[in-house]
Design a binder for this molecule. Structure first.
Ligand SMILES: Cc1cc2nc3c(=O)[nH]c(=O)nc-3n(C[C@H](O)[C@H](O)[C@H](O)COP(=O)(O)OP(=O)(O)OC[C@H]3O[C@@H](n4cnc5c(N)ncnc54)[C@H](O)[C@@H]3O)c2cc1C
Ligand SMILES: *[C@@H]1O[C@H](CO)[C@@H](O)[C@H](O)[C@H]1NC(C)=O
Ligand SMILES: *[C@@H]1O[C@H](CO)[C@@H](O)[C@H](O)[C@H]1NC(C)=O
Ligand SMILES: *[C@@H]1O[C@H](CO)[C@@H](O)[C@H](O)[C@H]1NC(C)=O
Ligand SMILES: *[C@@H]1O[C@H](CO)[C@@H](O)[C@H](O)[C@H]1NC(C)=O
Length: 541
């Protein structure tokens, strides 16, 4: 009997386990298959955990649209969408959020809403969606302003989402202020500074959606290529890991090897076993095919230096795509408070040059848009961080995070929030001290933060199309090596020499042109590479 083709999948995240699941179930055992994972658990950027006796997601959280989502399908079929226990469903954020501005001002929903409508209309237009305008009143007018602005800039090349949003806000302001509308401010806030700061709050949420530290670095043209599934966005009641466990459950014992970190991938040798993998413990494994599913951040680090992850180094088309595409850090902060029914907060901060800024609010809290209980009866609050702030968060001791959060909440809501020990008197928003320990005072008990930026197995959270890159780079990410010349059918640079195909293959969220950054993008990419091999070996069971 001929030797079975040996396939090694690097990484036991969504992409790697989907590929393994497909290869195993569709090949009738015709491959010698293994999955090597550098960490001590499966799931990768899916990391369901526990905090304050509640199930939480440290990584992937949402199914982004249930209509047609393969993740939704698995979660539904495995009964993972229902649970007796409460979960991170964020049911109190919808429509019930209260908005506070620096200085202790609560902002009326009627002030927030037009800005929210404007922001969402601009984002939807940028994403190439048709926006609905069924409001005949002021909000309908905002849709019109946004649509008119969009038409005036359409075809903009080399531009960023940040500059699009900025100009969109200016166009809006020019229209409404001309109409004599909205001159009333609030406390130290003028109407313009307030609306602008609310707009910035929504931009900060967008930073966490995309992982771009700066929306001026997020490519505008690519925004319309990104696809969303229709329908509700939901979280998974039994935890995101239940989907991972389902995919892994078909694999026989021993196929997935944990704590097996690959340090070098030697490829393109013309021999019997074209790929040689080196591991951190010094061991080596030969393979006919490897599917690399490590994150874009790990790839970026892997090509930075000579003696990098690949030997020979990756061809230029591949390394250029890796360099050009964006990959950012997003972290989640969980805060346990002493009180249930804590409101969902939207946080509006003064601009950098404002004289009304509270110096005590740390810089790394200033681009946090929301803080909300993970379900309506939970003591656990959640905030999302992106970019520099997210990276800083990972480095801070818990004590400092607690201080930063309570100062921020105190300064914005005008209510006192304390550390649990209750010893240190805290400053009220108006600068006076308060020492009594009444029941009204909300205390922060403990915090937990994800740490995706500093972890060498991830080096960040997810990818985005940076200004200077494009969807073509995402396609380049997916190309297997060695590259076959489409015209001649020959391997580039090898003339007529016989070179083994599909030595190094790539899957993972950053290899999907329209669903990058998501779990379902990772899923599709794993299927794609499994199918490439199945087709190559004419396996069709
Ligand atoms: C905070 C956060 C929130 C998110 N929220 C959402 C969300 O709400 N919805 C959504 O759809 N997506 C979300 N995502 C994105 C989603 O988690 C990822 O897109 C997806 O899980 C990526 O899967 P992957 O298989 O491509 O990569 P990974 O999950 O990164 O898998 C790669 C695996 O390779 C391993 N590895 C790395 N280097 C080596 C090595 N040298 N040797 C061996 N193994 C190695 C890693 O340990 C990892 O397990 C979020 C991500 C984060 C971090
Ligand atoms: C799967 O492989 C087994 C043994 O190699 C063989 O007997 C069987 O017919 C195969 N099944 C299919 C569907 O080809
Ligand atoms: C934008 O760039 C694309 C491809 O680079 C080009 O085909 C198109 O004509 C450009 N559009 C404008 C308005 O410059
Ligand atoms: C600050 O606010 C507290 C509580 O609202 C109030 O009791 C106190 O008098 C205020 N101090 C000053 C200096 O205004
Ligand atoms: C994954 O969750 C565990 C807690 O269950 C935590 O210790 C670890 O830091 C998390 N990983 C990342 C990268 O945040």
């Amino acid at each position: 009997m001929a030797k079975k083709p040996r396939i090694v999948i690097i990484g036991a995240g969504m992409a790697g386990l989907t590929a393994a699941n497909k290869l195993y179930t569709a090949s009738n055992n015709s491959f010698d298959l293994s999955v090597v994972e550098g960490g001590s658990r499966i799931g990768g950027r899916i990391n369901t955990s526990e905090f304050s006796s509640e199930k939480i997601e440290m990584g992937a959280t949402w199914i982004h649209g249930i209509g047609g989502s393969p993740i939704y399908k698995i979660a539904e079929e495995t009964g993972s969408l229902v649970s007796e226990e409460p979960w991170e469903c964020m049911d109190s954020t919808v429509d019930k959020a209260r908005t506070f501005a620096e200085g202790g001002f609560e902002i009326e929903p009627s002030v927030v809403e037009p800005v929210s409508v404007l922001f969402n209309a601009l984002m939807e237009l940028a994403q190439g969606k048709d926006i609905e305008n069924d409001d005949g009143g002021d909000l309908g007018q905002i849709y019109e302003i946004a649509t008119r602005f969009y038409s005036s800039v359409n075809g903009l090349n080399g531009s960023s989402v940040g500059s699009f949003l900025r100009s969109g806000f200016e166009a809006y302001w020019a229209s409404v202020s001309k109409g004599g509308n909205g001159v009333e401010g609030c406390g130290t806030w003028s109407r313009r500074s307030l609306e602008e700061a609310i707009f910035t709050m929504f931009s900060n949420t967008q930073r966490t959606y995309t992982s771009a530290d700066d929306l001026y670095a997020l490519d505008y043209a690519a925004e319309s290529e990104y696809q969303m599934f229709p329908g509700e966005e939901i979280t998974i009641a039994k935890g995101y890991l239940s989907v991972i466990h389902h995919l892994a459950s078909v694999l026989p014992q021993g196929v997935v090897e944990l704590i097996r970190r690959v340090t070098k991938i030697e490829w393109e040798s013309n021999e019997e076993d074209p790929v040689k993998l080196h591991f951190s413990d010094g061991s080596v494994v030969f393979a006919d095919h490897v599917i690399v599913t490590v994150s874009l951040g790990v790839l970026k680090a892997g090509i930075e230096s000579d003696g990098g992850l690949f030997s020979p180094p990756l061809p230029e088309f591949k390394s250029d795509a890796i360099k050009r595409l964006g990959y950012g850090v997003v972290n989640k902060l969980f805060v346990e408070v002493s009180q249930r029914r804590f409101p969902s907060l939207q946080l509006v901060f003064e601009k950098e040059d404002s004289e009304y800024r509270f110096v005590k609010i740390p810089w790394w809290m200033r681009r946090t848009a929301t803080m909300a209980p993970i379900h309506s009866n939970s003591k656990v609050l959640l905030s999302w961080f992106a970019g520099k702030e997210a990276l800083e968060l990972e480095k801070l001791p818990d004590e400092e995070i607690i201080d930063g959060v309570l100062t921020t909440v105190s300064c914005l809501t005008g209510k006192e929030v304390k550390k649990d020990n209750g010893k240190a008197p805290k400053t009220l928003a108006n600068g006076s001290l308060r020492e009594d320990d009444d029941e009204e005072v909300v205390k922060i008990t403990k915090v937990l933060t994800s740490k995706w930026g500093g972890d060498p197995l991830f080096r960040g959270s997810y990818s985005y199309v940076a200004v200077g890159s494009s969807g073509d780079d995402l396609d380049a990410m997916a190309e297997p090596l060695p590259q076959i010349n489409k015209k001649s059918g020959q391997v580039n640079g090898h003339g007529q020499a016989k070179v083994r195909e599909l030595q190094v293959m790539f899957a993972g969220e950053a290899t999907h042109r329209t669903h990058y950054s998501t779990t379902h993008g990772a899923y599709y990419s794993g299927l794609r590479e499994a199918n490439r091999l199945l087709k190559h070996y004419k396996c069709d069971f």
